[in-house]
Design a protein around this ligand. Structure first.
Ligand code: SF4
Length: 353
């Protein structure tokens, strides 16, 4: 196993980053970016989600630093396939599997707490260092501070300050999931304190963007070039990773249960289901679209993503009933795949302008 690296790789927004930090490692999100040659097809079926395939392409191409280990959250079958393939392509990296419940009730919280505790013990064994409550609590406080600072940055941007458009925020999201966060938090605070005053040139229609994987900052500049300003997002490579509510840590209670509840209560992706309220995801999207005063909503989801494909008909019907303009785009997490929709996006924006 590769014991020199301080990086623990991950792919899913449900990964407990504070545990990786507390164990003395740096969370490193292997994002589906770059131009790695398409080699994933040698191990994975072509009709598998492009997120998983592009991450495996990068693994083949070795175009990211060596990892001490790679944690795979069991978000869907595609991710399980990726975990299996990873052991073949990068045998020197410890593969860690974290099971993730599909619901958010108490049984799920207790189950996930056990998974997180096992994850913490695995990292502690890998590092050969004991992992105590104190380290976990200070790591949780640090990531809470990062989430709060990211929210403030977005608020400053939506109030008209120009920090470089929505693509700049995406660059910060990508950095926050691949770099040590202490310096980044200080850098963000400085930008928030001294934002550039000049507004973005041009007229934009405020749009709410939801979906799953879209880490390319240029994608947001592209939306702006079509006249759409993304004022809020619900993406797993966007705000969903840093949108958890601040934890009110109770010293008397089990830290893993508190962390499990906090992570499972973050804005859900399509694979998370509330049996008591099956329409919760749709209601959440409608509420967020209204809260950010968006004139329209764009849904960007990956082809072959079963969790989202299963939920989109209900989303489409609910938005039609609510009279909220909705444009659904399918892509492969690349700018190219969005470029193909330019005419549809421009027509959608014009309709609301
Ligand atoms: S994008 Fe969809 S199919 Fe792909 S890993 Fe995420 S949840 Fe699974």
């Amino acid at each position: 196993m590769n014991n020199k690296s301080r990086l623990i790789g991950f792919t899913c927004a449900y990964t407990p980053l504070a545990i990786i930090k507390a164990a003395g490692y740096i969370p490193y999100r292997v994002l589906p970016v770059g131009e790695a040659p398409d080699l994933a097809g040698s191990l994975l079926h072509d009709n598998l989600c492009p997120h998983v395939k592009r991450v495996l392409d990068r693994a083949f191409a070795k175009d990211f630093p060596d990892l001490a280990g790679m944690v795979f959250v069991n978000s869907c079958d595609s991710m399980r396939r990726l975990a299996d393939a990873w052991q073949i392509v990068r045998p020197d990296e410890q593969v860690i599997r974290l099971d993730l419940p599909a619901t958010v009730d108490d049984d799920s919280v207790f189950f996930f707490a056990k998974e997180i505790e096992t994850f913490a013990n695995t990292l502690s064994d890998m590092n050969g260092q004991p992992l105590g409550q104190e380290q976990i609590r200070s790591a949780i406080v640090l990531y809470d501070e990062l989430s709060a600072t990211m929210k403030r940055l977005k608020a400053v941007t939506n109030s008209g300050a120009n920090i470089g458009g929505r693509s700049a925020i995406q660059k910060f999201y990508n950095r926050a999931s691949t770099e040590p966060v202490e310096h980044l938090i200080e850098e963000l605070k400085q930008i928030i304190e001294e934002p550039k005053s000049t507004k973005l040139d041009g007229e934009y229609v405020p749009v709410f963007l939801f979906g799953n994987v879209l880490p390319d900052p240029e994608a947001f500049s592209f939306f702006e070039s079509c006249g759409a300003l993304i004022v809020e997002d619900d993406l797993c490579t966007g705000s969903r990773l840093f949108n958890s509510t601040e934890m009110d840590l109770d010293w008397a209670k089990d830290i893993f249960i508190q962390l499990a509840r906090n992570i499972l209560s973050q804005p859900p992706c399509a694979r998370t289901f509330d049996p008591k309220n099956p329409d919760k995801m749709v209601q959440d999207l409608l509420y967020k679209a209204k809260r950010c005063k968006a004139k329209g909503v764009i849904g960007y989801t990956l082809k072959f993503c079963d969790p989202y494909l299963a939920r989109l008909p209900a989303v489409r019907e609910a938005f039609r009933k609510a009279g909220v303009p909705l444009l659904l785009l399918e892509g492969d997490c690349t700018l190219r795949s969005i470029g193909q929709h330019q005419t549809r996006i421009e027509a959608f924006i014009e309709m609301m302008g």
